[in-house]
Design a protein around this ligand. Structure first.
Ligand code: GTP
Length: 366
């Protein structure tokens, strides 16, 4: 079976991390997010994958190439203007002549794709939508089903009064190719708001495949941090990450013996950790980063090539590529885009989101 992964969104909610890269290339445990998704598909025997892109298509293609390095065959379809989730798949129609999978490209899940395919086939469904339970469904698309799992109603972003189920559309679908006939070509069209309700109105058999395995979308910085906390505490069955008190240090990094470490921590290659630094997990440090003496870093994600000067205090934050945190700066609960510099002694307001390339100076300095 072929799969189409949707990787052409604007990713505005993940700003400032995604001004210069697509959500698909945001690192998760020092590996582009999309690589995790592709490896998961491949582990279920799905090796023929179409990437539906619009923004930053070059960045994705230059990393993944034809997919052979990852044991899959990759094809790229590029939209001149974003076509929405269903419009993007319509754009890939020439490759989709049999039952196919569609994945939102910003979801990390342990979904049993093999079992979902069997579920779809057993019911001769036109569409199967994965469903997952959430505590607060108000910001998602609710999917109501009957006792036989057939979808009876869709409800986008319901108010509290409208909530009748906590099962939401989890962003993985199996579709029959003739459903593509209902999508207008080269038109912005959505699965969630347009195609699925249309098929339901027409009486087509749409089923919900309920799953309670690990699932999260990395739509916002908070969710992105949550994904790391979860992976480092062993919530997902995928991969062998450092979990609990473990520490994984990739080759050629140098850690001073006076460094205090409380895992789980993942340190990328060619990093240097200086004297009396405190590293408190869950923490990820990207490759080629330098953490100088007496810095204290806790519960944060640092991308590659960061330079943290002596005495930096960093907590609950995300620092994108090439971050420069000068001596004694204090950064708590903040998100810094790529190439941000924070001046010595500067304290950021918690909740700060700093766009790429900014030089943050103490108040009063011009
Ligand atoms: P926000 O701007 O933060 O809402 O993010 P987004 O643009 O990524 O939208 P959303 O999170 O709803 O998208 C879900 C998935 O669909 C993501 O993997 C997106 O990359 C993808 N997606 C959304 N719109 C399009 C589109 O127009 N074309 C393609 N190819 N993919 C899309």
């Amino acid at each position: 079976m072929k799969a189409t992964i949707l990787v052409g969104g604007k990713a505005t909610r993940l700003h400032p991390l995604t001004y210069n890269i697509p959500k698909a290339m945001v690192p998760v445990l020092n590996t582009p997010f999309l690589e995790h998704v592709i490896r998961h598909l491949s582990s279920h025997g799905i090796k023929d994958i179409i990437l539906a892109q619009s923004h930053f298509s070059q960045l994705i293609e230059s990393y993944f190439g034809n997919g052979s390095q990852f044991g899959v065959k990759l094809r790229y379809i590029i939209e001149d203007i974003p076509l929405g989730t269903a419009g993007a798949v319509k754009n890939a129609e020439k490759y989709l002549d049999e039952t196919f999978l569609v994945l939102n490209g910003d979801i990390f899940t342990d979904l049993d794709i093999t079992a979902m395919i069997a579920f779809h086939q057993a019911r001769t469904a036109k569409v199967t939508i994965t469903l997952t339970p959430v505590d607060d469904p108000t910001s998602y698309g609710l999917v109501e089903t009957n006792a036989r799992s057939r979808v009876t109603r869709f409800l986008e972003k319901p108010s509290r009064k409208q909530i009748t189920t906590n099962m939401i559309n989890a962003g993985t679908y199996i579709l029959e190719p003739d459903t593509l006939n209902r999508i207008p070509p080269q038109t912005n069209f959505s699965f969630e708001r347009e195609l699925f309700p249309l098929l339901l109105d027409q009486g087509e058999p749409i089923y919900g495949y309920p799953s309670t395995v690990y699932w999260i979308d990395i739509g916002t910085p908070e969710k992105y941090l949550q994904l790391h906390r979860d992976l480092l505490s062993g919530s997902s069955v995928q991969h062998s990450y450092p979990v609990g008190e473990e520490i994984a240090i990739v080759e050629q990094s140098s850690i001073d013996p006076t460094t205090q470490i409380k895992g789980p921590i993942l340190i990328g290659s060619n990093c240097t950790i200086g004297r009396r630094v405190k590293l408190i997990g869950p923490l990820v440090i990207g490759s080629a980063s330098t953490i100088s003496e007496e810095a204290v870093i806790e519960a944060s994600i640092i991308w590659k090539n960061a330079r943290l000067e002596p005495g930096v205090n960093l907590r609950d934050s995300i620092i994108a590529d090439n971050g420069r945190l000068n001596a004694n700066s204090i950064i708590h609960g903040s998100v810094l885009g790529d190439n941000v510099t924070v001046a010595s002694g500067c304290k950021l307001e918690p909740g700060s989101k700093i766009p790429p390339g900014t030089v943050v100076k103490p108040k009063g300095d011009s």
